[in-house]
Design a binder for this molecule. Sequence first.
Ligand code: F6P
Length: 356
Amino acid sequence: RKRIGILTSGGDCAGLNAVIRAVTRCAVDVYGWEVLGICKATHGLMTRPPEAMPLDITKVDSLLTMGGTILGTTNKGDPFAFPMSDGTVVDRSTEIIEGYNQLDLDALIGIGGDGSLAILRKLAQQGGINLIGIPKTIDNDVGITERSIGFDTAVNIATEAIDRLHFTAASHSRVLILEVMGRDAGHIALNAGIAGGANIIMIPEISYKIENICDHIKKRQARGQDYSIAVVSEAVCTESGDVLEQGHFADCRLGGIGQYLAEQITEKSGAETRVTVLGHTQRGGISSPLDRILASAFGVAAVNLIAEEKYDRMVAWHDRMVTSVPIADAIKDYCAVDPEGTLVKTARGLGICLGD
Ligand code: F6P
């Protein structure tokens, strides 16, 4: 009879609770194990006594569709260089490992993006923790796996936003700019842009010229399409390649690049522009059916790996099935949009302007 821990680390996204449910149901109902939910990522293991809650079938009953994570999470504080309130930076890895040992666990399931999984793996190696990783991120930039939990829901939310923007843009003959998340990768913008029928998609993997965007807007106007929808990834830079720093054009997450583009487009094309920054709506809410399926499949596969005592692996989606890969391989293989890939070709084939 095993006793396993589960934690969620890094930014939240839709589908995390569905993983917690799947892990608990499989571990408790199928294997008869105990499951402990560790609170606030590794921070719960720094607290004394460690902050954790027993999970059983009834506790996870309503979690399939619920957004966020009942365990709480954080993306603050690398445990190996932890910023203390007095301004010092301290290595707290030993405390975390001690906390883990106090819980008397046989294995740990860590749900995280590439950054979190890298930290968890370092801790696991140092402390002899039997770790299984589950990839989650709305950015879909974790290597090797074709899908990460949270991405599909984020794309659905961004697509719905574009669907809504079409009508108001057309009514006012405006260029509406939708700024979406994605960190350094343009997956959300590209996927939602195609799904929502955007006219312009701007991603950090493809450099652009404002002139090309304005030409596209004018071409549309000339044939009677006097409005346009532009989707832009938060990490797109200014035309000259400057990253929008906080306090300059404001942090990208606060709507920097969208606002910058709106001003440029108005100045150079005369079009009336407005900006929508979708922000954290992309992470919340009810998870999509696809994310629920992925979360369920990943949760069950992670528990099965523990049953087989195959550790230091991340579950992954590949070729229509769940497989597993060494965590080390997943974290070194960052996955941005391929500028020559199918979806970029699809966008070009549809006449969508990518700015280049
Ligand atoms: O990595 C997920 C993500 O939502 C990114 O798309 C975004 O850049 C970032 O996290 C926002 O982080 P925070 O919630 O800390 O503002």
